[in-house]
Design a protein around this ligand. Sequence first.
Ligand code: 1SD
Ligand code: ZN
Length: 261
Amino acid sequence: VAGHFGYRKRDQHTWVQNFKLCDGKLQSPISISSFKSITLPLPALEIIGYHDFLSSPLYLKNNGHSVVVNVNNHLGKRLPYIFGGSLDINQEYEVDHLHFHWGAKNNRGSEHMLNGIRYPMEMHIVHRNRIYSSLSNALNYKNGLVVLGIFFQEEDNKSLYSIVNHLTSVRWINNETKLNTSITLGSLLPKNTDVFYSYKGSLTTPPCNEVVTWIIFSMPVPISFSQLNKFRLLSNGNNLIADNYRKLQNIGLRKVYIRKL
Ligand code: 1SD
Ligand code: ZN
């Protein structure tokens, strides 16, 4: 979606010069506190088709900012989608792609913080409102996107093998490789999706459009140290991609809602 931007402190300060929206009042990520969140009696988030294998071929790509699995080529079949939860009634959001933000060290990497914790990695499953024909079209509308944010914490995890084992093939920018095993999105979600936080925010990368309903699951997903280290070897040509997370943004007047069981 955007061209050049960097994650080093001095680079992040320049985002607003090239991308005006990054200076808005509804920016992401934010620091979430369960105490300050407002409990709402929300229905469950309906997560449909997440246990079906995604149509192959699936490609894993290093885009210089992250590593991405595109899912939007599900020809013929209906894409996995979500509705309910904190989302407006009758609005369905189809999966488009997923990508990761990670740190060079275990004490950083996630974009959002939860109760003072920064996890070593955060996965974003980006969804597009079905009423818009494409991701770039959806970027023009307040209800355009939903991103599911999923934290990882260090522990072994077999369900990540299919992605992690291919990371060495996408070490360099624009490298792309075909996954030789299919994956389900469900295997990448936390065991429990009943508890989540939701707030109105933005893309965490330029151009920072304020079109994202964020849904952040409270429960993290396990990832092993050696799996994390494979992400940490990915390069954009000049530097390692690690530490590809945006600094925290002000919550301002926004409310964060929590759904509990
Ligand atoms: O960083 C991603 C960006 O690469 C793109 O995927 C965009 C949606 O098209 O979303 C942002 S983010 O807000 O999900 N980090
Ligand atoms: Zn992201």
